[in-house]
Design a protein around this ligand. Structure first.
Ligand code: ACO
Length: 336
């Protein structure tokens, strides 16, 4: 349904980010599993990841740090935030939404909060939820956080997964924009027949945690890397190209591609198929690895000074479920 011209767009007005101090380098991993720096860099583009080592600190800690960074830098009164969405695959606990805790801890006492779980597509989907709330006119400030403590579900004996993931968080604030800037369009899909290709098998209602699931080490993330690789390239390319076509944008007219950072080769394959110059393709995977829901907000955080008003940005993501999609965003000014 087409919206009237008076409908505001949802635009990002503030950005925050946080990664833990501790680094897990490829050299460190050589001591844990049979791998080497050359293999990891050439197959994934990753040099190091950040790890939240303190066992008492969880995903909420990362989310709170990123949010406080956003609030402080932009001088925002947290009590004016209406809604907090935390995209995460590693919530602090079952049932109690991490977002509710984060909202309380940052002083957003007038907000409601919930978690959104769509693995590596989580932040993309959460931005869409925020955009819908802003466009409805009922909410003025929606905080969207992507945060994951991936180290809490990684088996550091499994070389096919432990080299890929890191911990981190990023946060953005969405507000109404009456100049037509912000969230423009989205194309999202999912395919549940592939759910076992990438999952943590135990701990849900299908395989509740038990001594057997622990013994089988089913509480760790497992994946079929090759299948994911191929599916990620084709799904992100297809959805990005649909978004370009639907909005009459050529690859040359795109200013930046912000794609989920899973593997440098996946990002390069997608951008090649979209016919984008490499200088338009933003990457920070070398420093953080795959932080799941945090990759896209951490890209926004790291590269925020690059963006100019009106820049045409394509977001793309693919993740467990399978879930995937792309979105078209026109940059507006940040608060500062
Ligand atoms: N170090 C050294 N050798 C390794 C390692 C390692 N860390 N891991 C696997 N190998 C070996 C394999 O055992 C295999 O050996 P073999 O030929 O003797 O059997 C060989 O390397 C090739 O293995 P492949 O799995 O075919 O390697 P591939 O080139 O596909 O790279 C990788 C593996 C990096 C996991 C890649 O498939 C990938 O990135 N897939 C996407 C996975 C992903 O991103 N998951 C994250 C969540 S989903 C998302 O975010 C999109």
């Amino acid at each position: 349904m087409t919206k009237s011209n008076t409908t505001p767009k949802a635009s990002i007005t503030a950005i925050g980010g946080y990664v833990p101090e501790d680094r897990l380098t490829n050299k460190d991993l050589e001591l844990l599993v049979d791998t080497n720096d050359d293999w990891i860099q050439s197959r994934t583009g990753i040099r190091e990841r950040r790890i939240l080592k303190d066992p008492k600190k969880a995903t909420s800690f990362l989310a709170i740090q990123a949010s406080k960074n956003l609030i402080k830098k932009n001088n925002i009164d947290p009590s004016t935030i209406d809604m907090v969405i935390v995209a995460t695959t590693t919530p602090d606990m079952q049932i109690a939404a991490t977002a509710a805790y984060v909202a309380s801890e940052i002083g957003s006492k007038n907000a409601f909060g919930y978690d959104l779980q769509a693995a590596c597509s989580g932040f993309l989907y959460a931005m869409s939820m925020a955009a819908g709330k802003i466009e409805s006119g009922r909410y003025k400030k929606v905080l969207v956080i992507g945060a994951d403590k991936m180290s809490s579900i990684i088996d550091y004996k499994d070389r096919s997964t432990c080299i890929l993931f890191g911990d981190g968080a990023g946060a953005v604030l969405f507000e109404p924009n009456n100049q037509g800037l912000g969230w423009q369009d989205e194309y999202f899909r999912s395919n549940g027949t592939q759910r076992e290709t990438l999952c943590v098998k135990a701990g849900g209602s299908l395989f509740p945690a038990s001594s057997t699931t622990i013994l089988n080490e089913d509480h760790y993330l497992r994946q079929d890397g090759r299948n994911i690789y191929k599916s990620a390239v084709s799904a992100m390319t297809e959805s990005s190209n649909i978004i370009l076509e639907r909005n009459n944008i050529t690859g040359e007219e795109v200013d930046y591609l912000l794609a989920h950072q899973a593997n440098e080769r996946i990002i390069e394959a997608v951008s090649k198929k979209m016919k984008l110059n490499s200088n338009k393709v933003l990457k920070n995977i070398a420093n953080y690895g795959n932080t799941t829901a945090a990759t896209i907000p951490l890209l926004l955080y790291d590269f925020q000074n690059l963006f100019k008003k009106g820049d045409k940005i394509i977001f793309a993501a693919f993740g467990g479920g399978y879930t995937w999609g792309a979105a078209y965003y026109k940059w507006s000014k940040l608060i500062n």
